[in-house]
Design a protein around this ligand. Sequence first.
Ligand SMILES: Nc1ncnc2c1ncn2[C@@H]1O[C@H](COP(=O)(O)OP(=O)(O)O)[C@@H](O)[C@H]1O
Ligand SMILES: Nc1nc2c(ncn2[C@H]2C[C@H](O)[C@@H](COP(=O)(O)O)O2)c(=O)[nH]1
Length: 207
Amino acid sequence: MKHAPFIAVEGPIGAGKTTLASMLAEELNLPIIKEIVDENPFLAKFYQNMDDWSFQLEMFFLCNRYKQLEDTVTQYIDKGKPVISDYHIYKNLIFGERTLKGTKREKYREIYHVLTDDLPKPNIILYIKADLYTLLKRIAKRGRPFEGDMDTAYLQQLIEDYDDAMASLAIQEPSTVIITIDGNAVDFVENPEHFVEIASHLKELMK
Ligand SMILES: Nc1ncnc2c1ncn2[C@@H]1O[C@H](COP(=O)(O)OP(=O)(O)O)[C@@H](O)[C@H]1O
Ligand SMILES: Nc1nc2c(ncn2[C@H]2C[C@H](O)[C@@H](COP(=O)(O)O)O2)c(=O)[nH]1
């Protein structure tokens, strides 16, 4: 691989991103960058009223991820050190395009591009695909109170948005390696062989 591996684990809500990224970080001895969820002051409000809170929430996620990406670049990428993250900053566009409307969506899109276009992005994406049934099961297992009443239509829409986004990324950034994992059938938590297979694939790519 020409550049230091910058690995992102992606997929819709509850797919298993944090779980897989943490397992891989440990197995491959990689530093991990994790999504900030618990300190997010807008997330619970957003799930109560999406139209009222979407702009604040998307901006909060964008600013946090921008800071984390800046730090990731200086601490790891610029020094040629590999790193893994449980998200790709592109997810800001996936969510923003879905939750925002009208001029707010346009403004947000512009801000996203101004902030991120000149920054390095992950060159390996592990995309965990999973159906609605699997995601709902895992969201319930995680048990965050504010995700309890998640609108299934919203989640289903995000599943489709993720598929479209990964297809777009594959065209926009042909050098990015996208590995799709069938999150319904491949169970890296319960089945050690499944995890070994994913980790071995990644080790090969990182050579
Ligand atoms: N492959 C899996 N099999 C069973 N449970 C899983 C699996 N992946 C994740 N989980 C569980 O599902 C919940 C959501 O996983 P998490 O990693 O937080 O998802 P994400 O980061 O994609 O939102 C957690 O409770 C986690 O332990
Ligand atoms: N509207 C948005 N919601 C987001 C975004 N990133 C994450 N989230 C939500 C989804 C979950 O409830 C929670 C944690 O995300 P996981 O995918 O790690 O489960 O935060 C976003 O950019 N916009």
